[in-house]
Structures are given as C-alpha cells and as structure tokens.
Design a protein around this ligand. Structure first.
Ligand code: 7RM
Length: 640
C-alpha cells in the first residue's frame, strides 16, 4: 500500500507527487481493481479544461468498494457499515462487507428492473438510513449517475435540481426521522415531482410509517422490489471518465451548480486521502457525522472508508436528541476510534454544557477530525481537551464539493499541529496564494486568495450541462489557476490556515449558502423591493445570515415596532423555507431606506458586512459611494 507513515516520507512523497506526478498516481492507482488498465495517467489543464485522469482505463466503483474486499474471507466478514438509528432504543444494524455486497447487488437489480440504464440519473431524497448508502453504491454498480439532495431542502429546491439533471427516478422515504421530528419526505417529493416531467418512477422506502399518498402510476415500494430482486449483479464496465455523481452546491451567483464527478480519479484520490489523513488500523471504527446529502457524506462516510475496507458508522439522528450527549454515548457504545464532524456541531455541544461530554469515557477515541468551515481556536481547544482528552490528534481538513477529496490537512499522528490550521497540502495538490491582481505571493509568510495551480484526480470535471459556467466560476478570476473562493494565511513552516470565503457565499453551520439565492427568495415577498444578504460572525453557526431590506412604505414607517418586524420575519421565513429550506432563513433583518451603492450601481457589500459584524470602526473608505449619507442610518438601525 502507498500510505505515508512519517513526516519524512510525507515530504518525499509530496515532492514526488508533483515532480513525478504520473509515476506517483500510477503507484496509487495500482492498489485498485481494473477491468482494463489506463493508457494515460493524466491530461488536460486549467486553460483547455479538458481534464482527464486514467484515460482508457475501465473500472467500477462498487466493485472496488465491495467485490475487491470480499475475496478476502476475513474482510468479507468484517463490518462495513454500522447503522445507528435515530431512536436510541431501536436496535443498531450491522452489515458485513459480504452482506453489504448482497444488498447492493439486490438494489442494483431493483434499479435495472425499474428501467434504469447506464448513464441515467437517479435522484435520492432520503433520510440517513442504509438504503441511501446502498442505493448510491448500486447506482455506481449499474453505471447510473446519482444525485443526492439533502433531506432538508424544500420541494422547490428538489424539483429545481431534478429538472437540471433530468433525473429519471427519485428514491425517497415515507418520512425521515430526526430527533422527535418526522420530515415528510414523500409529501415533499410528491409536490416536487408534479413539476418534473423527466421522472417516471418514485421508489419509496418505509421508515417513519407516516401517512402518505401512494400514487400507483408512479410509486413503487422499495422493500417489495428488494425482496423480489436477485442477490447477484455484475458490475458494469465503466470508463475512467464516466460520470459517477452530480452534487449541487451554492455559489456566489445564480442557481446552485451541479458539480460532476467522474469515476477513476475520484475513486483513487478519495481512497488515498482517507488512508493518509485518518491513518486507520485494522479493527478501528470510523464515524463521520455528515449527511450523505453533502460531499463529506459522499467522500468520507461512504466511498473513502469502503474503498479502504474500513468500518463506517452511519447515524440517522441529530446531535442534541434525546440530549446533547448523544454523540458521546454512541462513541462509547460502539467504541468509535475515529470521529469526524463539523466545527458548528462542536460549538453547539460545547454550549450545551460540559457535563454531557464528561458523563462519557470516550477512551476508544484515537483521532478527531473537523471539516466544513474554519474552526476557531476556542472550539479547537475544547474538542482537544474535552473530547480527545489531549490524547488525539485533530485533523482539520480543508476541501470543497468541487475538489472531491481533502486538499489541505494534517496526517493523523504524523503532522505537528497548530490549533485552527489545516496545515499542509496532500499529495498532488499545489496551493498558492495570490493577491487581488492575481499575482502569486512568493513570501513564505503571507495572506491572500487560495488557488490551486494544477489539476488533481478528484476534481469536478464540469458543472453539469454548463461547461462555460464552470470556466467562468473557477478559472476566469485568475486565468490558469483554480480559484477556491477562500482566503488563507501561510506561515513560516509552509502551513496554511483557511480564513473563510472571500466571495458572496455564506457558510452557515458548515452549509454553503449563496447570498444571491437568499436574496431571490426574500425578493419574492410582495412588500420587499430589494434585499442584500451578508454573513456575520455567529457563536454557534460560524456565520449567521443578515438581511438588509428595502420595503414598502407601510413597513418602513413602522419599522421600529416589534410586531411589524416579527410579522415580516415570519412571512420571510416561510418564503425561504419554501424556496430553499430552513437552513437559509435569515437570522437578522433590518429595514433600510437605501442600500450603499457605488456609482456603477453595485451594492457595496463590504460595508454591509462590517455593519452586520458590528465592526463599524473599520468601515474603510465610503467616499466612493453614490449615497455616503446612508451609512449612518444603517449603523443606527442595526439589528442586534
Ligand atoms: C467539505 C466541504 C466548502 C467550503 C470551503 C471553505 C469551507 C471546508 C474547511 C473550510 C476552513 C476547513 N465542502 N471549509 N473545510 N474552511 N477550514 N477545514 O465543506 O463545498 O460544502 O464547502 O467550506 O470555505 O470553500 S463544501
């Protein structure tokens, strides 16, 4: 195996991965099963944007997650997945690699029996149960492209995504279980599907046993289909560059983008980074708390662990139910060794009181990880002391939906750690910092915009159906470079600290939300004429959503009455929930008479961000504004 096992070999292999890239990735890729080996390791660049890895190769993702492992009798009987249901009194479910293989084969046959062929898109809108994980693996087995939509999104958000990728089938639950709530997934699906002519079948899995409408023209019960299906299904022979999945993510402009990931490069890079970052041993138990609806749930709950023959935990519920000790109770109960979560969860559990964590032993833990947003030092220290008992390295992993795999991260037990630092790049990744003009900042100690200089195997190949938008979004700001949208600091030792988004994307509880999307929703309100949305520092969520609104006179004149604001806020929440989902609700609103605009009519968001963050002493130059007098009104009317 090509795992890095000390700092010296990291340095050597990292250098090799850049200087002898082809040799390096050939070595890594040789650990996998191929129907046919590749002809060319990599081609394409950030100018032509025709990026390909392992071209000419033929393989299959599910074969590498399952068939490859069950050839070894010991691995065949090892747990692949431990499912922890929402309700603590419900029995956990375990699947050995052999059992998971059989379930995936069955599900593959269900897909085929219901008309799914190689290249079709299948949309998943489900809670976190094994059916979701089995379902996406089944897609990869038959060569279908999965598109998972997070169960917290609204019917409108769901139908928009389905229509964008023309999904043929949607797979859902009757209801999703989250704490004491039942999410009416099937009802929401019914509403969405009315607007989705491409969908010819809806597979429904029984979970919450809530009342649903069963439409016999479209709907099929998943469990009945599974019963009928055969437990053998040969994996399709897939090109290295065959589409593997589409995943939607928010950007600074326009509607969400469907990032397209392809087969071999993604597989090799995700497996390799999982292996190096987490440094698992044979009987370790790994738990990533992300939902499969996000990239972390794709790469490091599902594919990374399974490609490495590890045991992965899948948790259906929420961190705070029945109480804020739920995560720690699960860690003790199933002896989790590797625990990977988001800073927002750490901060929320810290705020819930230390007694919840001190009640549990947590002595099985060996490695902790974080992902999704910058982790502040306070939260890092708490995680280190209260959860890791100062015995566990924390891997602060920086990456994106677009990058497919972890890009900058410590290697557990190997990399010297600094709180809140993602540290060094992983093999094949060459980050640089650039200034506003796009000039590389050469000094070792520096701060700037984070770019990547050359293609890596797991990068998204395009935005589904819109290659030009892909070029525009990622490769036009700094021609020849991939621009991440993040700012970063670099230290003397070459380590990086990611400081957060420098564009109009807000990171709320680790979820990416485009300000433009929220503004579009707010503007739907008949009494809102214009809106401007920015992020501001929030103790638990990392960032909160702050909306400045220009409204009808009737509202403006009564803007100091709490009932006016409360009523408007409630109506706006309803619209946002309908258009996007509850995660995009504004935390604060402020009614204003004007927005600060430049002479060319652009909203000056920098000023709005400073006011929302209560940093009004650092407003900078406001003289270029068309309406500088508005600044004082905005400061006076700030919503606290
Ligand atoms: C994996 C994921 C991506 C954005 C990214 C950053 C932020 C993610 C870290 C981080 C600081 C980290 N994909 N981000 N990880 N910021 N430190 N370790 O989250 O596409 O949903 O979001 O998240 O701003 O650009 S994502």
């Amino acid at each position: 195996m090509s795992r890095i096992d000390d700092l010296k070999s990291y340095q050597q292999l990292y250098q090799k991965s850049l200087k002898e890239s082809e040799k390096y990735w050939k070595m890594v890729a040789s650990d996998f099963d191929w129907f046919k080996k590749w002809e060319k390791v990599s081609s394409g660049d950030f100018h032509n944007l025709e990026i390909k890895w392992f071209e000419g190769g033929k393989t299959n993702m599910s074969m590498n997650c399952l068939d490859r492992h069950i050839k070894d009798p010991e691995l065949a009987n090892k747990n692949a997945v431990i499912f922890v249901p929402n309700d603590p009194s419900e029995q956990k479910k375990e699947f050995t690699y052999k059992q998971l293989y059989e379930q995936v084969c069955r599900f593959s046959n269900v897909l085929k029996n219901n008309g799914i062929k190689k290249g079709d898109v299948v949309c998943f809108y489900m809670g976190m149960t094994p059916e979701l994980l089995i379902g996406i693996l089944a897609c990869t087995r038959v060569g279908a492209i999965h598109s998972v939509v997070f169960g917290g999104f609204s019917a409108k958000a769901l139908s928009g995504r389905i229509n964008d990728c023309q999904a043929k089938m949607i797979i859902t639950h009757d209801g999703g279980l989250r704490g004491q709530k039942v999410v009416p997934l099937k009802d929401i699906t019914d509403e969405a599907v009315k607007e989705c002519p491409s969908v010819s079948k809806v597979l429904v899995s029984k979970r919450a046993h809530n009342q649903i409408q069963f439409n016999s023209k479209l709907d099929v019960w998943l469990e009945e289909e599974m019963q009928k299906a055969d437990t053998k299904c040969d994996p399709e022979i897939m090109d290295s560059e065959a589409p593997l999945f589409i995943l939607y993510t928010s950007g600074s402009t326009g509607k969400p983008k469907g990032l397209l990931h392809t087969t071999a490069g993604y597989m090799v890079n995700v497996a390799h980074t999982f292996d190096n970052v987490f440094q698992m041993e044979k009987d370790d138990i790994y738990w990533c708390t992300a939902d499969i609806g996000w990239i972390t749930g794709h790469s490091y709950l599902t594919y990374g662990p399974l490609l490495n023959g590890a045991t992965t935990v899948m948790f259906e519920g929420v961190p705070t139910w029945p109480d804020a000790g739920r995560f720690w109770q699960i860690v003790d109960e199933i002896k989790v060794t590797h625990f990977y979560t988001a800073p927002t969860a750490i901060r929320a559990l810290e705020a819930a009181g230390v007694e919840h964590v001190r009640k549990h032993k947590l002595d099985s833990l060996k490695v902790l990880g974080t992902v999704g947003e910058p982790i502040n030092e306070e939260a890092w220290e708490w995680y280190n002391e209260e959860v890791g008992k100062k015995r566990c390295p924390i891997v602060d992993t920086w990456w994106q939906t677009e990058t497919g795999a972890i890009m900058i991260s410590p290697l557990a037990h190997i990399t010297p750690l600094t709180p809140s630092c993602a540290t060094h790049p992983l093999p094949g990744i060459s980050p640089i910092l650039v200034d506003q003009e796009g000039k590389e900042i050469e000094e070792s100690v520096a701060e700037g915009n984070l770019c990547i200089t050359r293609p890596w195997p797991s990068m998204a190949r395009t935005i589904y159906g819109d290659h030009e938008r892909y070029r525009q979004t990622y490769f036009s700001t700094y021609p020849g470079l991939y621009f991440t949208g993040d700012g970063a600091k670099r230290f003397q030792n070459g380590h990086y600290r990611i400081t957060g988004r420098v564009d109009d994307v807000i990171n709320v509880s680790g979820h990416r939300i485009g300000t433009a999307e929220v503004e579009d929703a707010l503007d739907e309100h008949p009494k809102v004429y214009e809106s401007a949305v920015v992020g501001y520092p929030h103790d638990i969520k990392g960032q909160g959503i702050y909306a400045y609104l220009i409204c009808h006179k009737e509202i403006f004149d009564n803007k100091d009455k709490s009932e006016t604001i409360e009523k408007l806020k409630k109506e706006l929440d309803e619209i946002v929930i309908k258009m996007i989902g509850p995660i995009a609700k504004a935390d604060k609103i402020q009614i204003v008479s004007e927005l600060p605009k430049t002479r060319s009519g652009k909203i000056m968001r920098r000023i709005l961000r400073k006011i929302a963050a209560q940093e009004t002493d650092q407003l900078g130059d406001t003289s270029t504004l068309l309406n500088p007098e508005i600044v004082e009104e905005l400061i006076q009317g700030r919503s606290d």
